[in-house]
Design a protein around this ligand. Structure first.
Ligand code: TYD
Ligand code: MG
Length: 460
């Protein structure tokens, strides 16, 4: 064996490195996940544009003197994606797109390629998973492509580096990182050291040549990008595609973003012509809401800068066993328990002997405290069999004393409710000054949860 090569054992789940084989990983406690890999102790060059690792002298630059050009970001013309990215693709950035198999990663990136190619950028789509024919079949469904988009079926990173240097594209898609391999590393493609080294090479290409690279990453059963966690540290942006397999919509969420906010989400719908943007998610989420039944109310949660209205459903029924059953789907289980305890103690509603099921309709996941008031009112509505009118929405955080606390951006939430035709909004008293006067909407300010309950009872 060569002198500069050594054998290391890696945990396939979390990337834990060890010089000995172990049955259980000390890092993530998984069993039988260690694999043997040969790593060469080769020096890697440092990355970064304008960075010379060999020179001893380095000259710092005055921040004020750095000029940014006007067209610093390239727009993908897919509004939902541009927003999640923080306003377009930054040249020289490395973006990791993760998600379950079949959720639409390849489809979305092919659509991005199409739009960027149409606006005059040269784009290279490198696939290690599908043949040219398969990509063509998908492209047929998406629409017309122009000559700026070139395809390559390749898995060897050195070849890829050579092609990128020769063709100088402004954007590259790598589908997927788990199929790529580097000749210097002897382990199989998809293994921890291969994925890490491949990402490293791609980062050097991206930073060195100013090309934006999108990497597709597969996810493990736990929902993390397969391979070491360091992958997420190395790239600039990590986007996750989420969504219910059974629902047609998909949510793109930024988990990390060096060039923008991480709260923003993009909502897409899978059609037979590819992924379509959902411009108004609230309308989409409220589709199919039943009218005139108890245990249902519309609440409002902010996802980044955008208010999204969702239906909250609750079902409260007598428990047949000593310990009541509680379930929360789409929201925090402990939060639901806390709110039920507040209702029990402060409002005097007897829930201790009741089973309770709370569900955010449409498969969305929401954890913002602003939906507290909605959850509480849905539980009361189901328990007392009160029908909350369809035109009512509620938002506000509920504290342990039963007080309704302030939430951010109340004005925007009211405006969204008005836009979708709701005429009554129950909201915290403390938000009065920030909302101001709104015509056409009946604003019900409450300071205590009891006041909100009294309001829905009176209207029944
Ligand atoms: P794909 O992009 O191949 O998923 P990933 O790369 O994340 O594994 O998505 C494929 C799924 O989307 C597949 O089940 C078929 C479906 N699909 C449509 O419904 N309409 C379309 O226009 C396209 C291209 C795919
Ligand atoms: Mg794919």
């Amino acid at each position: 064996m060569l002198k500069n090569k050594k054998i290391v054992y890696f945990c396939q789940e979390c990337g834990y490195e060890s010089s000995k084989w172990m049955g259980q990983c000390p890092g993530c406690r998984a069993w039988n996940t260690f694999v043997e890999e040969t790593v060469s102790a080769k020096k890697t060059s440092s990355v970064g544009s304008g960075l010379k690792s060999s020179s001893r002298r380095a000259e710092p630059v005055v921040l004020k003197d750095i000029r940014l050009s006007e067209d610093e970001r390239r727009l993908t013309k897919i509004g939902e994606l541009d927003r999640v990215l923080g306003g377009g693709v930054v040249p020289g950035s490395l973006v990791l797109v993760g998600g379950d198999p079949g959720i639409g990663k390849s489809t979305l990136l092919l659509q991005v390629c199409r739009n960027l190619a149409l606006s005059g950028n040269s784009v290279l789509y490198i696939s290690g998973e599908e043949s040219l024919r398969q990509i063509k079949l998908r492209a047929e469904r998406i629409g017309e492509f122009n000559e700026n988009l070139q395809l390559l079926c390749e898995t060897n990173l050195e070849t890829i580096r050579e092609v990128i240097e020769r063709k100088k594209p402004s954007m590259v898609v790598i589908d997927s990182i788990q199929t790529m391999f580097h000749e210097d590393i002897s382990s199989a493609p998809g293994s921890v050291s291969q994925v890490r080294e491949s990402t490293n090479v791609l980062m050097q290409i991206a930073k060195g040549q100013g090309v934006s690279i999108f990497i597709v990453g597969h996810v493990t059963k736990e929902g993390n990008v397969a391979g070491p966690r360091v992958l997420e540290h190395m790239v600039d942006t990590v986007l996750y595609f989420e969504g219910d397999r059974h629902a047609s919509y998909r949510i793109l969420r930024a988990v990390k973003n060096r060039f923008g906010s991480t709260n923003e989400i993009g909502v897409f719908e899978m059609r037979n012509t590819g992924l379509e943007e959902v411009k108004n998610p609230s309308e989409f989420m409220l589709n199919g809401k039943p009218n005139g039944t108890s245990g249902s109310i519309v609440a409002c949660s902010m996802e980044g800068t955008r208010p999204i209205l969702v239906e909250i459903q609750a079902l409260v029924c007598q428990s047949n066993f000593g310990i009541p059953r509680r379930t929360a789907v789409g929201t925090d289980f402990n939060r639901v328990n806390l709110l039920m305890a507040v209702l029990e103690k402060k409002v005097g509603i007897h829930l201790a002997a009741c089973d309770a099921y709370v569900n955010i309709a449409g498969g969305m996941k929401m954890t913002e405290p602003a939906i507290d008031l909605g959850i509480s009112l849905a539980v009361v509505s189901s328990c007392k069999d009160i029908i909350i009118p369809d035109s009512v929405i509620a938002f506000g955080e509920v504290g342990l004393s039963g007080e309704v606390r302030a939430v951010s951006m109340a004005g925007q939430r009211v405006a969204e409710a008005k836009k979708l035709g709701f005429d009554t909004v129950i909201l915290p008293e403390v938000c009065k000054s920030s909302v101001g006067k709104v015509t056409g909407v009946n604003l019900i300010y409450v300071s205590w949860i009891q006041e909100a309950i009294r309001f829905i009872m009176k209207n029944n």
